[in-house]
Design a protein. Structure first.
Length: 891
C-alpha cells in the first residue's frame, strides 16, 4: 500500500503561498483494502518529524480529499507533515515526509518600494552588490515588482517562472513570490531585477495605450533577501535607495505588441534608485501557479512562400515565446512576426487585429541567443527577416513603424536550426487521457488539450494572440469542467475566482465580463454566472468545501445583484431578462453571417435560466455550509424564477416557444418543461429540419451531446460529433486545425479565413465537447451525491463508428479507467478500474439480461436490476451486445 500525491492546499510542497490553515489531501494505491477507515496527520518543525507541532490522532471522519488542520503559521517557516492511513483490511501505511513553507504572513517588510526618477518604455534593471563573508545555511528571496519582474543572481535567472508577479487587479492585490536561493547565494555577487511593463502599464485591454497605464506609470520594486548563516546569524537585504538602477537593452515590451532588444545601445548610466510610494493593492503571498516553459518546439518545416518570405512552421499553434540564435553584422535589424495560419501559402496575421505581436532585435555584431522576457505570442508560424541599418536612428524609425519603405531580406535557411518555439503555460498536473479508434477525434481531443494549455497562462483567457488575451468569464465557465478532466485545475481556478471576488467587491456583486476586469465594466448572464458555476465545479471535482466557504459571499452577491436588476421600478420581475446579454454567442442561427456574433435563441430566456441556475447553486452551497435560512431563501427564489420562466416561455402543457436547438437543450437540461418527452421530440425535429447539423453557440454547444444522449439520442450525438463537414468539430480538424477555433466557420472550406473582426484560431469554448467524451463516451461521470469522484456512474456509450475508447481520469480520489472496444460487429470488450476508497454504479451498455447472473466474474458480485455495484478494483468483461433500441420516436 502506498500513499501518493500528498498535497497542502492542493499544491505539492508549496513555498510561500497564501493560505491561512493547511488543508491536506492524498491518495492511496496498491492497497489490499477497499477503503480508508481512519487517518492521522502529523506536523513537525523538522524533517525527521521529531519536533511535533500537531498530531491529530487517528480520526475516522477525516477526508483524504481535504483535511484541514487549524494552526497558527509563523512567518517564513517550513513545516513538515506526514499522513498515516489505516484501511479496512487492517493495513497501515505512512506517507513520505512533505512540507509547506509559509510566506511573510503579514509581517512588515524590511525592504522599501523603490523606483527610478524618470523612465520611458525601456525596461530598467535595479541591482545591488551583496557581500557574503560566511557560509550560508539558508537563503530566501521575497519579491514583487510592477509591471513584471525577472530576478537574477550574477546575471543568471532565479527560478524558472515567467511573467511574475502575474496578472491580477493590482489596485486590489499584488502577489509576491518566495524563492529558495540557498544554492545560488553561496558567494558574494549581484542581485539584480529587471522590470518590464506587462499588464501594469502600457497597452492592454480595450482602453489601454502607451501614454497611460491601467494601474500606474512607474516601475516599482520591493524585495527582501534573507540570508541565514551557519553560525546562526542572519542578514537581511531589502530594497532601498542604496540600490542602483540603469536602463537595459530591452527598449520596449508589451503583452500585445512584443519586444524590442537593442544590443548596440549603451545601457544607461548607473543611477540611484529612489524610494517611492507603495502601490494601492494589498501585498499578498502568491496564489498563482508557476508559469514556465513547458515544451520546446524546433521548427517542423521551413517554408519559402510565394510572396518570397521565409516562414517557419512549428506544426502546432502554441502560446509562448521562442529562442533564436543570431550572428549578424552590427546594425542588422532582425524582425520576427507571428501568425496562426497561412493564406494562399503566404504569411498572414490580419486576425490579430491591432496586436503587433512581433520582435525586433538590433545586433551589435556578436553571436547571441535572443528570447523575449515580458511578452508572449499565440502562434504557429513565424516570419523572420532582416535589414541592415547604418544609422541607429533609422533602426528605431523601422521599429516605431515610422519608416515603412524598409527592404527586408529573408533569413537564410539555417534559421530553421537556430529557432526553437517555447510553449509557456501554467503548471498543472495532467489528470486525463483519452484515446479513441478515430484519428480525427484523437486530434480534436489533442486540439482541446492545446487550447487549454495555450489559454491557461495565469488567467483563463479567451485567446492568446489578438488584442484581447483576457479572462473572459463566459469562456472560462463553459470550459471549466472539461479543463478539470484534463488537468488538476484547483489552484488555477482558485486564483481566478479570488480575482473575481475582488472585482465583484468594488461593483456591488456584479461580475464584470472580464476578470481581471481592466476596463470592462459590463456584465452578462452566462458570463457573470462563472462566479457560481466555477466554484461549484471545483467543489464537485475536488471535494474541498473550503472553496465554497471562501467564495459563498460572492455567489450570493451575484444572485442578489441579478435580483436587484430584475425587480424593476414598475414592480415587474423582468429587469434581468431585458438587460443586455451576449446570449448564445456565435451560434449559427442568428443573422449576422460570417461576421455575426449573436445567436437566434432569446437572450432573455437564457438569462432567466442562468439566473435560476446561479440561484440553485447558491442555495445548494448554503445547505452544504449549514446556512439554512439562506438556503430556504434561495430555494424559494429559484422556484419563483422557474414559475416566471414557465409563464413567459411555455404553454401550460409544456410546449416551448423558444424554438431553437439551444432553447430545447436548456429546457431539457434544466427541467423547464412539464413535458420532457415533447421537448426531446422537438429537439430532434429541429435538428432534422437543419439537415441534422448543429447551430449552437457558447451556451448550447457544451450541453448538446449530453442532452441528446440523456434523451436517448446518442446515435444523433455521435452523428453530430463525427460530422466532418461544416459545421462541426471535425470540419476544423480536417482543415488542419491544431487548436479549437473561435467560430464554427473561422476558416472556410477553401482554406481562407472567414473574417478578421473577431476570429481567433485558439479559443477553447467549443472544446467543451471533451467533457461529454469523458463522461458519456467513456462513461466516467460523477454521481449526483458525490464529490471528488468518490462515487462514479460508469455508463459508457459505445458506438461502432468510433470502434474503441481508452480513458483514464486521475480524479481527486484516485485513478478511474474505462475502456471499450468492439471486437467485431456484435462483441464488445469493456474494462474498468475503480480507485481505492471509491465505488461505481456500472451500467453495461447493450448487455443481454442473461449475463448478469454470471457470478464467476467479480463485476457481478453485487447486481440489482441489471446494474452492477463495484468497489475498488479492476474489472473486465466481453459479451455479445443486444440490438440497440431506436432513438426517440417522433409522434
Ligand atoms: C471574446 C470572447 C468573449 C466575447 C464576449 C470576445 O471578444 O474573444 O470569447 O467571450 O468577446 O462577448
Amino acid at each position: 500500500m502506498k500513499i501518493t500525491e500528498c498535497k497542502t492546499n492542493h499544491y505539492t510542497n508549496p513555498l510561500g503561498y497564501c493560505f491561512e490553515n493547511p488543508v491536506f489531501s492524498w491518495k492511496v494505491t496498491e492497497a489490499e483494502g477497499k477503503k480508508m477507515v481512519s487517518a492521522r496527520i502529523l506536523i513537525a518543525a523538522d524533517e525527521r518529524m521529531e519536533q511535533r507541532i500537531t498530531d491529530t490522532g487517528y480520526q475516522t471522519d477525516i477526508s483524504s480529499l481535504a483535511a484541514p488542520v487549524m494552526m497558527k503559521m509563523k512567518p517564513r517557516t517550513r513545516y513538515y507533515w506526514t499522513v498515516c492511513v489505516r484501511t479496512d483490511a487492517d493495513e497501515e501505511a505512512v506517507s513520505d515526509v512533505h512540507w509547506f513553507e509559509s510566506a511573510k504572513e503579514g509581517e512588515n517588510w524590511e525592504g522599501k518600494w523603490i523606483g527610478c526618477l524618470s523612465e520611458g518604455k525601456e525596461s530598467h534593471v535595479f541591482y545591488k552588490e551583496i557581500e557574503i563573508a560566511k557560509r550560508v545555511s539558508r537563503a530566501r528571496l521575497y519579491i514583487t515588482g510592477l509591471g513584471l519582474y525577472e530576478a537574477m543572481w550574477d546575471g543568471n535567472k532565479i527560478g524558472e517562472e515567467l511573467l511574475t508577479p502575474y496578472c491580477n487587479n493590482y489596485n486590489s492585490w499584488i502577489q509576491y513570490q518566495t524563492y529558495d536561493v540557498t544554492d545560488r547565494i553561496q558567494q558574494s555577487g549581484t542581485l539584480s531585477v529587471m522590470l518590464g511593463p506587462g499588464w501594469y502599464k502600457g497597452r492592454f485591454g480595450y482602453a489601454g495605450n502607451w501614454e497611460k497605464g491601467y494601474y500606474g506609470d512607474n516601475f516599482k520594486l520591493l524585495s527582501e533577501l534573507r540570508i541565514e548563516y551557519e553560525d546562526g546569524s542572519e542578514q537581511i537585504i531589502g530594497t532601498d535607495d542604496s540600490w542602483k538602477v540603469r536602463t537595459s537593452n530591452l527598449v520596449f515590451s508589451g503583452i500585445y505588441d512584443g519586444e524590442w532588444r537593442d544590443d548596440t545601445r549603451k545601457t544607461g548610466e548607473d543611477g540611484s534608485a529612489v524610494c517611492v510610494e507603495a502601490p494601492r493593492g494589498k501585498l499578498t503571498a502568491r496564489l498563482s501557479t508557476p508559469v514556465t516553459v513547458k515544451t520546446e518546439f524546433p521548427a517542423e518545416s521551413l517554408i519559402h512562400t510565394p510572396a518570397g518570405e521565409t516562414v517557419l512552421d512549428l506544426g502546432q499553434n502554441i502560446t509562448g515565446i521562442f529562442s533564436l540564435r543570431v550572428n549578424e553584422p552590427e546594425g542588422t535589424v532582425i524582425h520576427i512576426q507571428t501568425g496562426e495560419i497561412l493564406q494562399q501559402g503566404n504569411f498572414y496575421r490580419d486576425n490579430l487585429r491591432s496586436a503587433r505581436s512581433e520582435y525586433f532585435y538590433i545586433s551589435n555584431g556578436t553571436e547571441q541567443t535572443i528570447t523575449p522576457h515580458f511578452t508572449f505570442y499565440g502562434y504557429r508560424y513565424v516570419k523572420i527577416e532582416k535589414t541592415l541599418c547604418e544609422d541607429p536612428a533609422e533602426a528605431y524609425a523601422v521599429m516605431e513603424g515610422e519608416k515603412r519603405d524598409v527592404i527586408y531580406t529573408p533569413m537564410p535557411d539555417s534559421v530553421k536550426d537556430n529557432f526553437v518555439g517555447l510553449a509557456v503555460y501554467s503548471s498543472l498536473p495532467r489528470t486525463g487521457s483519452l484515446v479513441t479508434g478515430n484519428p480525427l477525434l484523437n486530434r480534436l481531443i489533442l486540439n482541446t488539450e492545446w487550447g487549454q494549455k495555450d489559454n491557461f497562462v495565469d488567467v483563463p483567457t479567451d485567446c492568446p494572440q489578438r488584442d484581447e488575451r483576457m479572462g473572459w468569464t463566459g469562456d472560462a465557465q463553459v470550459f471549466s469542467a472539461t479543463a478539470c478532466y484534463i488537468r488538476d485545475c484547483y489552484s488555477f481556478y482558485y486564483k481566478y475566482i479570488f480575482d473575481m471576488e475582488t472585482e465583484q467587491e468594488s461593483r456591488g456583486g456584479m461580475v464584470p465580463n472580464v476578470v481581471p476586469a481592466f476596463d470592462v465594466d459590463s456584465t452578462s448572464s452566462v458570463w457573470g454566472d462563472a462566479t457560481t458555476i466555477i466554484p461549484w465545479n471545483m467543489y464537485r471535482f475536488y471535494g474541498d468545501t473550503g472553496i465554497l466557504e471562501t467564495h459563498y459571499s460572492s455567489m450570493k452577491a451575484w444572485v442578489d445583484y441579478m435580483t436587484s436588476v430584475n425587480e424593476t421600478a414598475e414592480g415587474k420581475k423582468d429587469g434581468w431578462r431585458r438587460a443586455i446579454h451576449y446570449g448564445d454567442w456565435l451560434a449559427l442561427d442568428g443573422d449576422g453571417g460570417t461576421e455575426g456574433v449573436k445567436g437566434g435563441t432569446d437572450d432573455g430566456f437564457i438569462a432567466d435560466v442562468y439566473y435560476r441556475l446561479s440561484t440553485q447553486l447558491t442555495a445548494k452551497t448554503a445547505r452544504i455550509l449549514g446556512k439554512t435560512e439562506d438556503a430556504e431563501k434561495y430555494e424559494a427564489l429559484s422556484d419563483n424564477i422557474l414559475k416566471e420562466i414557465r409563464a413567459e416561455y411555455f404553454s401550460p402543457n409544456g410546449r416551448s416557444c423558444v424554438n431553437t436547438q439551444t432553447g430545447y437543450l436548456l429546457t431539457l437540461r434544466h427541467g423547464l418543461s412539464k413535458d420532457r418527452e415533447r421537448t426531446g421530440i422537438d429537439l430532434k425535429r429541429s435538428l432534422k429540419s437543419n439537415g441534422n447539423r448543429l447551430q449552437t453557440g457558447f451556451v448550447g454547444t457544451p450541453i448538446l451531446l449530453e442532452e441528446l444522449t440523456k434523451a436517448g439520442m446518442s446515435d444523433l450525438a455521435y452523428h453530430l460529433l463525427l460530422n466532418e463537414d461544416y459545421p462541426g468539430w471535425l470540419y476544423e480538424v480536417k482543415l488542419g486545425a491544431t487548436t479549437i477555433w473561435e467560430r464554427w466557420n473561422s476558416v472556410l472550406a477553401d482554406g481562407s479565413i472567414s473574417s478578421t473582426g473577431m476570429n481567433s484560431l485558439n479559443h477553447y469554448s467549443y472544446g467543451a465537447v471533451v467533457e461529454w467524451m469523458y463522461s458519456y463516451m467513456a462513461g466516467i461521470r460523477q454521481a449526483e451525491d458525490s464529490v471528488g469522484f468518490q462515487k462514479v456512474i460508469l455508463a459508457p456509450v459505445p458506438d461502432p463508428r468510433v470502434g474503441q475508447v481508452a480513458c483514464e481520469y486521475n480524479s481527486a480520489s484516485g485513478l478511474w479507467k474505462s475502456a471499450w472496444k468492439f471486437e467485431d460487429e456484435c462483441h464488445i470488450r469493456l474494462a474498468f478500474s475503480v480507485p481505492f476508497g471509491c465505488e461505481a454504479v456500472l451500467y453495461l451498455p447493450l448487455a443481454p439480461a442473461e449475463i448478469f447472473t454470471d457470478k464467476k466474474n467479480p463485476i457481478f458480485e453485487c447486481v440489482r436490476e441489471n446494474v452492477c455495484y463495484l468497489t475498488a478494483g479492476e474489472y473486465e468483461i466481453t459479451y455479445k451486445i443486444r440490438e440497440p433500441e431506436k432513438d426517440t420516436e417522433e409522434e
